[in-house]
Design a protein around this ligand. Structure first.
Ligand code: PGA
Length: 260
């Protein structure tokens, strides 16, 4: 696992957007897995700026979703499909046909989960999966106690996550209890997994994920199993890392051509 400590969220966004751009320069139809929440927004802004500046073309890129609420009506502005289309797909000038995600409106949720897991594999697998981390250590919507081998399935949100996400809704009551999420095993199938965490509220979760034991209680610790996992953290989110100086020195002496 590589840990990169950046001065602030904008630098983290730029670093990850450049990794996405570099991937697309070599593989124009790469499948990019994107995340929702506040943390990834600087990545999307930085990649959009690169496209507008002509530094990379995303015209053949494909985008896929990490997780989704169950039961929000089709087109609901806070469904993650709507959020990803609004915050990432549209600013990049990509058509909706470049995007794939699980169907949170399906009557048969289990079938929708299995279909999405299959669709990701049939699309050739995810080339780069961007992740945030919950204050409780979740990735996607894999809450603590999720099987480290899990596939895409329905999960129940913890009250903490529902409260964290209530800011996007008019009231806590409107936040769904159920979600579809790529499983931890599904996430680990991506060729490169990149987790971005910013702010002091994530410091404990980051330290447990990076330096704690592998544990279903901290789903993000599963990244320790991945051969190409990159954790990008700002100074505040890195503040509980015991090996912070080692991570800084390692990154500072890395050859420029290597990327993340
Ligand atoms: P946030 O969400 O980026 O809005 O903090 C992260 C997550 O819950 O995965």
């Amino acid at each position: 696992m590589e840990v990169v400590i950046v001065p602030d969220a904008a630098s983290g966004g730029e670093l990850i957007a450049e990794a996405m751009a570099e991937l697309l320069r070599h593989k124009p139809d790469a499948l990019l897995g994107v995340a929702t929440g506040s943390t990834p927004l600087p990545v999307y802004e930085a990649l959009t700026a690169k496209v507008r500046a002509g530094e990379v073309s995303v015209s053949a890129a494909r985008i896929c979703q990490l997780d989704e609420y169950v039961g929000l009506p089709h087109g609901h502005p806070e469904s993650y499909r709507s959020v990803v289309l609004r915050e990432f797909v549209a600013p990049l000038g990509l058509p909706e046909s470049s995007f794939m995600g699980p169907d949170g409106t399906a009557e048969d949720v289990a079938a929708a989960c299995a279909a999405y897991d299959r669709a990701l594999a049939e699309a050739g697998g995810v080339d780069l999966q961007l992740l945030g981390i919950g204050g409780d250590g979740h990735i996607g919507f894999n809450e603590p106690s999720s099987s480290l081998a899990s596939r895409t399935r329905i999960k129940t949100l913890t009250e903490r996550t529902r409260r964290d996400n209530a800011r996007f809704f008019d009231s806590l009551e409107e936040v769904p209890h159920h979600v579809i999420t790529q499983g931890i095993g599904t996430i680990l199938d991506a060729r490169h997994v990149v987790l971005l965490a910013t702010g002091g509220a994530k410091a404990d979760a980051v330290a447990l994920a990076v330096e704690g034991p592998l544990s279903a209680l901290v789903p993000a610790s599963a990244l320790q199993l991945h051969p190409h996992a990159t954790v990008v953290v700002d100074e505040a989110a890195a503040s509980r890392l015991k090996l912070a100086d080692y991570f800084r020195a390692t990154y500072a002496s890395k050859p420029d051509w290597q990327g993340i």
